[in-house]
Structure formats: structure tokens, C-alpha cells
Write a protein that binds this ligand. Sequence first.
Ligand code: IPM
Ligand code: MN
Length: 344
Amino acid sequence: KKTLDIAVIPGDGIGREIVPVAQAVLKEAVGDSVSFNYTNYDLGADRYLRDGTLITDDQLKDMDQKDAILLGAVGDPRVKSGILERGLLLKLRFAFDQAINMRPSKLYPGVKSPLADPGDIDFVVIREGTEGLYSGMGGLLRMGTEHAIATETSMNTEFGIERAVRFAFELARKRGGKKHVTMVNKTNVLYYAGQLWLWVMDKVGKEYPDVTYDYLHADACTIFLVTDPSRFDVIVTDNLFGDIITDEAGAVVGGIGYSASANINVTDEHPSMFEPIHGSAPDIAGKGIANPSATVLSAAMLLQHFGYDEAAARIDRAVEADAEENSSRKRSTDQIGQDIIARL
Ligand code: IPM
Ligand code: MN
């Protein structure tokens, strides 16, 4: 019997309501084959407002010993935008070298897309997670004068691009569907980074003769995501383009209530982190009505990460069946959890 040590950051708002549901689903899905050893971390806006802690070095060291991190949501209108994002969420992604941000978009039957004719949407975005414009390289000069200058540098390494591109090709092969990788960037303007991304794509692409690939500018991609989303299989892109198109992708498949994500450390030297794409939803926090599905699906990605593909697929099917039958009904968080568990 295997034990997985999981760091849990329920975080703020609905995060605290949906994480326990995901834990209950995990337990049910694996039965006796795995036991989960959870350690809760009191982090997020509440903690920050209480004593100024975002995350300490000791906590990072401690979490580094865990197998994975399960995160609910962080954020609160009382905390200035950017503080928790940079001080906690991005801090974790960078500290644990979570270079692959994997974000599936699937339109479940029964979930309403805002598109009139959405078609069969089922694609995955592989967003590079530790470089690009998120690297924090830049500077602000002469602030307060009338000649202030700000620079923000997009950092792209061949190593970083290659691990994202390779992951995308492997995934396209494993999914066994269209077996197609679309690289999204803006190479007509990003002259230097664009050349490197395209070069790596051709280099890696040659190693996967069974997978086709093409390239799309990011602005054109936003159009196709609403006019013809079923054309996509696996998209690979940089950190900021990936951030933007995965929000759009989430909206196209009926909102972020079903959008899961994994922040993967490909070498397993550090823990990977699993989190829903949505935020802490302070407007409905505490009411017990948040939909835990995205967190449940993120927990399924956690299982998949450790090779429990069958249990992960069962969770996926249960959420899909639950959405098909019930997504238009008003149910409590716990009820949705029970309904999903009943289908496992
Ligand atoms: C996301 C979020 C984060 C990001 C923010 C909160 C820093 O938008 O996970 O997509 O930009 O990566
Ligand atoms: Mn985002």
C-alpha cells in the first residue's frame, strides 16, 4: 500500500469549502490502494492579514518533502492585487520549478457553452510555468519624475521551451486523439523569443513523426477558440499567452467551474501542485454553494500524476456524468460532492 504525503493549502473563501470535497472524492476513488497523509497549511489572505505571513522558508522546506500540493484558492478583496499572487502562488510555482502548467478544457455534455455551436471541445493547454514575462526581470527607473521608465523582460531558455514542447508532444501521443500540437506565440513581433520557440518546435517535432504540429499567432488563436475550438488537441505556449488563452478556454467550455490545472515539476525533484483555475469567490464564500468540480478534477490530475490513471479516469467520468445530469440544478457543495462520490 502506497502513502502519498500531500500538503494542503485550502486558502481563502470557497477554497476551504471545496478542498474537503476533493479529499473525500480522492479517498473514495482509490479505496485501499493508496492512503493520503495530509498536512494543512494556514496560508492565504486571512493569514497574511493576521500576521503578514505569505509563506516562510521553513514552510517551503517542509512542503518540499511532500509528494504533492493541493491548493484551493487564494485571494481576498482586502489584500492589494499582486501580493498573494506573487508572494504565495507564483512563489510556489517557481520555488518548486513547476515548469509545466497543464490545463485541460473539455466541454462536458450538460454544461452550457456560451457558443451557439461549440462542437466537440476537448483540448489541453501546456503553458510554460516558470519563464516568460513572469520571470520578474525588469526595472522601474525615474519613478515620480515625468520620465519614468518601466521594463519587463520576457525570459525564454531553450531548456525551458524544450521541456514544455516535449511535454506537449508526449501528451498528444498519449491522448491518442488528433495527435496534433499547436504552438501559440507572437513570432511576428517577438522577434528573438519567437525564433527560439519555433526552432525548438521543429527540433522536437522531428522526433515525433506520428504527431503533426502547426503554429498560430496568439491573437488569431483567441479567434479560433471561439469560432472553431474543436480544431485543437494540444496547445503549447509561453507563460503569459497561456494565462490569457486558458481563461478564454475556460469560458468557452461553460465557465471556470470545471477547469482544473496541474503545475508539474517534470523531474519529481520537487512537489507538483494541483489547483482549480478559479479564484476564492468571496461573493459566495461561506454559503456552502460553491461547485467543487474543478477542484475534484484537479485532484484527479494529482492521481494521474502518480500513475493512478484508472482511478483518475473514474473521477473524470463521475464528474462528467454528474454535470450531464445535474449541472443546471441548484445544489450545495456537499450535495455535489455526494453525488459525484455516488457515481464512483
Ligand atoms: C492563473 C492566475 C495566476 C497567473 C495569477 C493569480 C498570478 O491567473 O493561475 O492563471 O497569472 O498565473
Ligand atoms: Mn490566469
